[in-house]
Design a protein around this ligand. Sequence first.
Ligand SMILES: C[S@@+](CC[C@H](N)C(=O)[O-])C[C@H]1O[C@@H](n2cnc3c(N)ncnc32)[C@H](O)[C@@H]1O
Length: 288
Amino acid sequence: MALLASENNKDVELSDPDQTKANRGTHPNCELQNSCSDHAVVSAFKQMKLEREAQKNWDLFYKRNTTNFFKDRHWTTREFEELHACRKSEKEQLVLLEAGCGVGNCLFPLLENDLNIFVYACDFSPRAVEFVKQNPVYCAERCCAFQCDLTTDDLRDNVPESSVDVVTLIFVLSAIHPDKMKQVLENISKVLKPGGIILFRDYGLHDHAMLRFKPGNKLGNNFYVRQDGTRSYFFSKEFLAELFEETGFQSVINEYVLRETVNKKEGLSVPRVFLQSKFTKLGHSQSS
Ligand SMILES: C[S@@+](CC[C@H](N)C(=O)[O-])C[C@H]1O[C@@H](n2cnc3c(N)ncnc32)[C@H](O)[C@@H]1O
């Protein structure tokens, strides 16, 4: 199944790469560069309210949608071979942090796929974390889910410093105000081993979801608010690379992934643009 859910706020990726036409490379919508940039932005007062209420808005999102909104992300092991390959032997346990785990659509396929991983999983929304803990696959020997605001709460309160091999950041950074993204990466960096890797996928610049925002939804450059108060940033390769490099990471791969999501029933086909990237944490000697 690959479709864009049709309700006004459901502009998330639900595509199964097996059933979408995939492509990679340069940005497809260069001619649309300015089409979304002319709208007046939402007032400073409303923007502050959205920032203050960000957690509440995500928690209400999960109250409304429970575990039924996002599809399980079975593609992660196919797209990110590091999820198996970065340990020296099969016997070695891989320690993962799933930052912004939602209700576990990435986490549980991973746990089912690989018996020898331990996953820390955190999210802003207490309700989402509760859904994770209630999942039948959840067990304390293999995962540890906790609530946290990645922009303010020190991850080391729940995850030992420099202990994590791989961090997954899947459609999470886009939900965070661009002024706070660097804090999130600094926070993650504290628990990641030197040489550890962040696997990233998120909305790319001029994705369909960005192009269909109406005037009145714009918060700033490439940053929009949905009707339910949750926000979404749309990343360019350059912006993302600079953000990570300023925070002590090195780019391994950073490319647009183009998908065509098809709803066969309704005969709809929608071009999507995602940014898929890998960054490694430089060791002390490398960063100085
Ligand atoms: C689009 S959902 C993606 C969820 C999950 N990664 C997935 O792939 O299904 C974005 C998630 O980011 C979480 N989030 C937003 N801001 C956050 C913050 N400051 N700290 C932690 N999580 C946050 C939201 O609660 C939400 O679950």
